[in-house]
Write a new protein. Structure first.
Length: 267
């Protein structure tokens, strides 16, 4: 009888262990590299809250996700930058994104993240990239909220970018497009955020005090109210015109070549 009870207890413990499910918090702050296919291509994914982003061989992809009962991984509206690359890499990117869109479940064992697609294929990622980084439109849960605001005086150009890149702070646009949610985050040579309706992403370069935002701005493809869509179009058209950046007491200012200013406040 004791053996039967012991077996029943161990079986019950095993069931509890197997039934443990992932949550968004399980992945937040972690970054992974694809290891079981597309050798020679850089394919990564990272998580910040309910947002994912990563490199898909050539371009950067990003969007929201949910984890539902049974470790079902639900991919939201995915956006991508629109850069061209070698044909072989572009073909790899297409195949990867097709598989990513068909993901059914997710599991995490130690440092190994495995996605299973609806047709039974597996995408196996191992934890680790250059560094953990976040590009979602929401502020990272671990990001400090006082360091930028306590900066004395003004930082410009590369000094401001170094401060912004350090912890991926989120800023909210304050001086135009009232009534629209527009944010920006700088992280590892990329900007991202909310552009009234969609999430956007672009790369940038910095030389001294000169900031250049790549004109190939990627965005998700959700529709919204006509007024908000107009705001989004106007805002995204201003980003490639940016020529300089400054940071002063938690206020971020981007100046454009036609003398306009985009003024953001740290969230």
């Amino acid at each position: 009888m004791k053996k039967i009870l012991l077996f029943a207890f161990m079986f019950a413990v095993g069931l509890v262990g197997c039934s443990k499910e992932l949550t968004v918090d399980s992945l937040t702050g972690k970054s992974f590299t694809l290891t079981n296919m597309f050798e020679g291509s850089e394919i990564t994914i990272m998580f910040d809250g309910a947002q994912f982003s990563g490199k898909s061989a050539v371009n950067t992809f990003f969007g929201p996700y949910e984890i539902k009962e049974g470790n079902k991984f639900v991919v939201g509206q995915t956006g991508m930058t629109m850069m061209a690359g070698p044909q072989a890499e572009m073909d790899t990117e297409t195949k990867f994104m097709e598989m990513f869109a068909s993901i059914d479940t997710v599991s995490l064992k130690g440092k190994v993240l495995t996605f299973k697609t609806k047709d039974g294929k597996e995408l196996i990622f191992e934890e680790g990239i250059k560094k953990e980084e976040t590009v979602a439109s929401d502020a990272p849960a671990s990001a400090p909220t006082t360091e930028v605001a306590s900066v004395e005086g003004m930082l410009q150009g590369s000094e401001a970018i170094a401060m912004l890149d350090k912890d991926a702070y989120t800023f909210n646009l304050t001086n135009m497009f009232e009534g629209s949610e527009i944010t920006i985050v700088f992280s590892e040579g990329k900007i991202s955020g909310k552009s009234a309706v969609n999430n956007y992403m672009a790369s940038y370069t910095i030389e001294g005090d000169k900031l250049t935002i790549n004109s190939a701005v990627g965005a998700t493809r959700m529709a919204g109210e006509p007024k908000q869509m107009e705001v989004e179009t106007a805002y995204l058209a201003m980003l490639p015109l940016v020529v300089s950046v400054s940071l002063n007491e938690g206020m971020l200012t981007l100046k454009t070549s036609d003398e306009k200013e985009l003024v953001y406040k740290q969230i």
